[in-house]
Each structure stands twice: as structure tokens, then as C-alpha cells.
Design a protein around this ligand. Structure first.
Ligand SMILES: Nc1ncnc2c1ncn2[C@@H]1O[C@H](COP(=O)(O)OP(=O)(O)OP(=O)(O)O)[C@@H](O)[C@H]1O
Length: 261
């Protein structure tokens, strides 16, 4: 088996002079080509764990390797160029157009203007946004789903092998969320990405991810495929896993059968 693309080994991070333990002795491997979902309640340490990988946050102890290199030995700017990052709310620059946002990294890298323009078109195609109507719009002229598509396009601009996504579809209506989730899963496979995606929604994690890590109180309680997670004796993990099935059963009982409506 090839070595993990991202590996956390006994990583801890505290804030506020040690009073807040955000990440507590976490060891976690992300294999090449894998889509790993991190699931957990608010404040369980998901975002902190994600941002430790691209050094938006520095660990107190333990080690993190990305593509075999200890992140402490890599210049943070170069590291972030290798790792796409998608924010919960898109995180777009409000004063830049869609093309400006998507092309910002190639521009910073000194790419010639004509090439940037072609790359922007290519990226908009990848995330299924029509070029003509969207290129020149500002972020506030987009729907939430469109903003997230632009956020994904921008994160892919420097052709990273790794994508970190912080609740990318969390604030969207269920249909848009499903469509974006499916589209991203396809992109992930097509581009051969390795992705770590935060979600608080176990159904989304089961549907999209290859493996799931469950966090609570800064610790990873369990990790594995849904089948492996169901073997975990942890009560909280069991509760999280039962929720989607319970919802499906209740909906199944309440909704008329397809065709009968
Ligand atoms: N910069 C910071 N300064 C102080 N405390 C912080 C900081 N960042 C995070 N924390 C605390 O660390 C803990 C973990 O936060 P984190 O944002 O990683 O959780 P999360 O699981 O991503 O939450 P959410 O789902 O609400 O985004 C929380 O108690 C949070 O208040």
C-alpha cells in the first residue's frame, strides 16, 4: 500500500494558554485518492484539525506530514499552493469578479494574462458554471451554490493534489447540496484528488466519503468505512450512525410510495 498523503501523528492543539483543548492527541492517515469526511458536533475540533494540515494553524505537539514531508519543514505559502482550501461560505474576495477570484492564484504565480483567462474558463467548465453569464459577476450577485462552485474552482486553480473543504455545502438547500456533493465527488475522482471534507451531516458523509473520522472533544473517536464505524463500541459514534437510518425510516413511513402520489 502506498504511504498516506496526509498523516497526523499524536497531534494536539490548545488555545487560550492551554485552557481550550481544540485537538487532543489525534492520529489519522489520509490515503492517496481518498475522500475522508470529518464528522462531529460544533466545537469538536474539525476546523482546527483541517487547518493544521496547511499551517493556517500550528500544532503544539505531534507531527503532520503532507506528501511525506513534515509540514514544519515546508514554507507555508508553498504548502498552501499544493493544497486547495474551500471555505464554508465560499470565502471569495467580495470586490473581485468570478474570473478575478478564480484567477487570483495563477495571477500571483505570474501566469501570463491570456493563459489565466484560458485557465479560468477551464476551471469554470470543471465546476459546471457557464462562462458567459458568470465570468464578470461579483460574489454578491451569485447564489450560495454558485459561490461554492466558484470557491471550488479557485481552490483548484494551482492544480493541487489535495483539497481541504470546511463544510463546503453546509449552508445550502438540500437539492443544491446534493447536486454539489455529487459533482464534487465526480471531480475528486476525475482529477485524482485526495480530499478531507468537514461536515456535521452523517448522511452526507456516508453518501460521499470513502472513510469517515468522528470527532468529539478534540479527539477522533473512530475512523473507517461506515461498516467499520458500525463496529465501534462508542455510544456517540453509534448514535451518529443510527440517525440517517432513523430519518430514512420515518420518511419512508410518511411519504407515499413513488408513483402513488
Ligand atoms: N483561534 C481560536 N482561539 C481560541 N479558541 C479557539 C480558536 N479556534 C478554535 N477555538 C476553540 O477550539 C475548539 C474547537 O474549534 P473548531 O473550530 O476546531 O471546532 P469545529 O468542530 O470546527 O466547530 P464548528 O463545527 O462549529 O465549526 C472550540 O472550543 C473553539 O471555541
Amino acid at each position: 500500500m502506498s504511504p498516506p498523503l496526509i498523516a497526523y501523528s499524536h497531534v494536539s492543539k490548545t488555545f487560550d494558554g492551554g485552557r481550550i483543548i481544540a485537538v487532543d492527541d489525534v492520529s489519522l492517515d489520509v490515503a492517496e485518492g481518498e475522500l475522508l469526511a470529518i464528522v462531529g458536533g460544533s466545537g469538536s475540533g474539525k476546523t482546527t484539525l483541517l487547518r493544521l494540515a496547511n499551517r493556517l494553524i500550528e500544532a503544539d505537539s505531534g507531527s503532520i506530514t503532507v506528501e511525506g514531508e513534515d509540514v514544519r519543514n515546508v514554507d507555508p505559502i508553498l504548502l498552501r499552493r499544493r493544497i486547495g482550501y474551500v471555505f464554508q461560505s465560499g470565502g471569495l474576495f467580495p470586490h473581485l469578479t468570478v474570473a478575478g477570484n478564480v484567477g487570483i492564484t495563477p495571477k500571483l504565480l505570474g501566469t501570463p494574462i491570456a493563459e489565466i483567462s484560458a485557465r479560468v474558463d477551464e476551471l469554470l467548465d470543471l465546476v459546471r458554471l457557464d462562462r458567459a453569464p458568470y465570468r464578470d459577476r461579483l460574489p454578491h450577485e451569485l447564489s450560495g451554490g454558485e459561490r461554492q462552485r466558484v470557491g471550488v474552482a479557485r481552490a483548484l486553480a494551482a492544480r493541487p493534489r489535495i483539497m481541504l473543504m470546511d463544510e463546503p455545502f453546509g449552508a445550502l438547500d438540500p437539492l443544491t447540496r446534493d447536486a454539489l456533493g455529487d459533482d464534487f465527488r465526480e471531480l475528486h475522482s476525475k482529477l485524482g484528488l485526495t480530499t478531507v471534507m468537514i461536515t456535521h451531516d452523517m448522511s452526507e458523509a456516508i453518501l460521499l466519503a470513502d472513510r469517515i473520522a468522528v470527532m468529539r472533544g478534540g479527539r477522533v473517536l473512530a475512523q473507517g468505512t461506515p461498516a467499520e464505524l458500525s463496529e465501534s463500541g462508542d455510544v456517540y459514534v453509534g448514535e451518529l450512525l443510527r440517525t440517517p437510518r432513523r430519518q430514512a425510516e420515518r420518511l419512508g413511513a410518511l411519504l407515499p410510495r413513488e408513483g402513488a402520489a
